[in-house]
Design a protein. Structure first.
Length: 214
């Protein structure tokens, strides 16, 4: 369970010796917490934390004529591993290959083989899209993707990461101190945030012990 942003705000002010919010009121401090939140998500992704990884809850049916898929989950950022099979019950699923572009003049075969991700383009109002080459048979795919943990906006919004406040509060305070030119305090708080990040990692990994089943 994660805590609301109000708790991160209060702790960050303690680090800044501003418990009464005389200097760092919410409108000034919230953007620092949001920036620290983005940093934390990148760090969690780089170490492979399960909290920023997602899996499609349903298999995607790709028909012979359908080479585009746009119904992506709301928390979808980018795909990183896709597999295909002829039917939901078929095993094993075959890993597919990511490409920048479907090969020119590609001739359809009985498997999809390739996939391409087209990010959203705000200039053309395009939505994120998975693109596949033509295929002579219908296929099903499953997709693992990097997911976005919602960045809090309101003080009542949850931060979405268990124990994330232990990184967010000192790091947001460090960013705030840096804007005032207090490099010594900023560096010290950044180091504390880095030291605390290990606890965030531990709080967001599986705790199940290995099974002794054969």
């Amino acid at each position: 369970m994660s805590v609301p942003m109000s708790q991160v705000l209060a702790t960050a002010r303690t680090y800044l010796n501003d418990d009464s919010a005389a200097l760092w009121q919410d409108p000034a401090l919230i953007p620092k917490i949001q920036e620290a939140h983005r940093e934390m998500q990148i760090k969690l992704w780089l170490i492979g934390s399960p909290i920023v990884r997602g899996l499609f809850t349903q298999l995607i049916n790709i028909s012979v004529a359908n080479t585009l898929f746009t119904a992506l989950p709301a928390d979808f950022l980018v795909p990183y591993y896709i597999q295909e099979a002829p039917s939901p019950a078929a095993t094993p699923y075959m890993p597919m290959t990511e490409v920048d572009f479907i090969p020119l003049g590609y001739t359809a075969v009985a498997t999809l083989v390739y996939w391409r991700f087209n990010p959203a383009d705000p200039l053309t109002a395009n939505v994120p899209t998975l693109t596949f080459p033509p295929c002579t048979t219908a296929r099903v795919i499953n997709c693992q993707y990097r997911r976005l943990v919602s960045i809090p906006v309101l003080t009542t919004d949850l931060i979405g990461v268990a124990a994330g406040e232990y990184y967010l509060a000192p790091r947001a305070a460090a960013i705030a101190a840096g804007t005032l030119g207090n490099k010594g305090l900023s560096d010290a708080l950044t180091q504390q945030a880095e030291d605390n990040f290990g606890d965030v990692i531990l709080a967001n990994r599986g705790q199940q012990k290995p099974s002794d089943r054969p």
